[in-house]
Design a protein around this ligand. Structure first.
Ligand code: TXD
Length: 309
């Protein structure tokens, strides 16, 4: 039986880690693309040489040729500059937009049937540009942010309570920036609402840390942004698609009337299966949550409306 093919655009910190994790899980054969010569080839060969130890039989190639995207079921886009200390995700807009335009044109040409997961920042704008340029239906273009932001929230709750991360279920909505909307009201720990386990002040501190979690890592690393957890988050999305798991995952999805929004991407829970984004799940929000969600949307909308594509 032939294996599905996964194309990863950008063989930097996030892209290289995705390749490793996908190989460990044997999700499919992998084509790792970058504009830098030798970088994707070196990382692909390095992971190939780890295969006998990992017991993984998937094939990895590194390439600088977009034609190697042909036949990819999933394309994961990590091309673009990361943040450095003092920068917001929005500061990356001009440089990364030029990159995403080039990448999107090649995805349209070389893997027109693929399911595309965009990771590059500023995420909500980059995923919008990807959809617009490829012309793909909304089922096949999605942005990775919510899975990561929710994972951060879940980790902080698990650490605070001293319980397994598996017990903590949580969701973060909205744009992938400091305006993101964690929903502690819907967080449960082993089925118990978080509000019954933690005081309001502790919950607020966790919400605050979640919002700023990306920057906390940038300040520590100094030369770039997080990559292990973003890679793990995108693998969860790709796996749900490739194995038709129909996981409910918070992702940047193109809304067509849901949440009162049309024609923009926003972070909302979606079902991901072999049909791609199979369903957008609408949550009833409180007035306060609704207000935070709208504020986050206005931020995304202003950036997208100013786009020249
Ligand atoms: O939650 C999220 N969505 C994110 C987003 C979490 C973490 C990182 N996030 C963003 O992903 C980050 O702000 C960046 O915009 C991307 C990639 O982050 P990474 O840390 O992997 O950056 P690197 O290590 O600099 O790698 C980027 C690679 C690098 O090898 C470049 O040579 C390559 O992108 N690059 C290109 N590849 C293909 N095509 C073009 N045009 C291109 N230009 C640069």
């Amino acid at each position: 039986m032939s294996r599905p093919k996964i194309a990863i655009i950008g063989a930097g910190q996030v892209g290289g880690t995705i390749a490793l994790m996908a190989a460990q899980k044997e999700l499919g054969d992998i084509a790792l693309f970058d504009v830098v010569e030798g970088l994707p080839q070196g990382k692909a060969l390095d992971i190939m040489e780890a295969r006998p130890i990992m017991g993984s039989d998937v094939i990895l190639i590194g390439t600088n040729d977009y034609r190697d995207l042909a036949g990819a079921s999933v394309v994961i886009v990590t091309a673009g500059l990361p943040r450095r200390p003092g920068m917001s995700r929005d500061d990356l807009l001009a440089e990364n937009l030029a990159i995403i335009k080039e990448v999107a044109g090649n995805v349209r040409e070389h893997s027109p049937r693929s399911f595309v997961i965009v990771i590059s920042n500023p995420l909500d704008v980059m995923v919008h540009a990807m959809k617009k340029i490829t012309g793909f239906p909304r089922e096949r273009v999605v942005g990775m942010a919510g899975v990561l932001d929710s994972a951060r929230f879940r980790l902080f709750v698990a650490m605070e309570l001293g319980v397994s991360v598996r017990e903590v279920s949580a969701i973060v909505l909205g744009g992938h920036g400091d305006t993101m909307v964690p929903l502690p009201r819907l967080c449960t720990v082993g089925g118990v609402p978080l509000s019954q386990l933690l005081g309001q002040d502790r919950i607020e501190a966790i919400v605050r840390r979640t919002r700023l979690a990306g920057g906390e890592i940038v300040d520590l690393l100094k030369t770039g942004s997080a990559f292990y957890s973003p890679a793990a988050a995108s693998i969860e999305m790709a796996e749900s698609y490739l194995r038709d798991k129909k996981r409910i995952l918070p992702c940047a999805a193109y809304l067509e009337g849901e949440y009162g929004i049309s024609g923009y991407f926003m972070g909302v829970p979606v079902v991901i299966g072999s049909g791609g984004v199979e369903k957008v799940i609408e949550i009833e929000l409180t007035a306060e949550e609704e207000q935070a969600f709208r504020r986050s949307f206005e931020h995304v909308k202003a950036l997208v409306d100013a786009l020249d594509i």
